[in-house]
Write a protein that binds this ligand. Structure first.
Ligand SMILES: NC(=O)c1ccc[n+]([C@@H]2O[C@H](COP(=O)([O-])OP(=O)(O)OC[C@H]3O[C@@H](n4cnc5c(N)ncnc54)[C@H](OP(=O)(O)O)[C@@H]3O)[C@@H](O)[C@H]2O)c1
Length: 129
């Protein structure tokens, strides 16, 4: 429940609170840090019930926001498997935060309203819901 509160409900309440300002902004764009773990279609490994469910819920809420608030671009992204407190020890294939952000920044700059409601990986490729 804690994971769900923070990742899903918390993010939604924050975005809802920001809506009045976002609607008045010039080319407003919201990048939401989701996770490939929230993809139902890509779930081949099982487990991680709370985390997966929290990110799947987040994805569907952000998708609804992209439909209900078309003047704001809402983009969901997966940062890759990044060495952080979430990925405690160095995992095979894990990248640094700098590497993840360096890959994402040009994509974030490029994403526009047409990308609203889409779910992308760190290379800019779409992730199945
Ligand atoms: N690392 C990965 O491989 C990976 C992959 C896919 C998606 N993500 C996503 O990337 C995002 C960042 O995760 P991370 O890997 O950087 O993990 P992390 O090192 O554990 O960082 C989590 C961050 O969330 C903050 N936080 C936790 N609970 C909070 C709360 N109740 N209210 C406000 N802030 C809170 C923490 O703040 P404090 O430092 O103050 O505790 C910390 O800054 C997450 O949304 C995660 O799902 C990460």
């Amino acid at each position: 429940m804690r994971t769900f509160h923070i990742n899903a409900a918390g993010t939604f309440l924050l975005l809802r609170a920001l809506l009045p300002n976002l609607k008045q902004a010039n080319d407003p764009k919201v990048i939401v840090m989701s996770s490939r773990m929230g993809s139902v279609g890509r779930n081949v490994a099982g487990s991680a019930y709370a985390y997966r469910a929290s990110k799947a819920a987040l994805n569907v809420m952000v998708k609804s926001l992209s439909i209900d608030v078309p003047e704001v671009a809402f983009i969901l992204c997966h940062p890759g498997r990044v060495e952080t407190n979430l990925v405690r020890s160095r995992e095979e294939g894990a990248i640094t935060a700098d590497e993840s952000v360096a890959g994402l920044l040009p994509l974030i700059a490029k994403w526009k309203t047409d990308d609203s409601g889409k779910f992308y990986d760190r290379f800019g490729d779409p992730i199945v819901w």
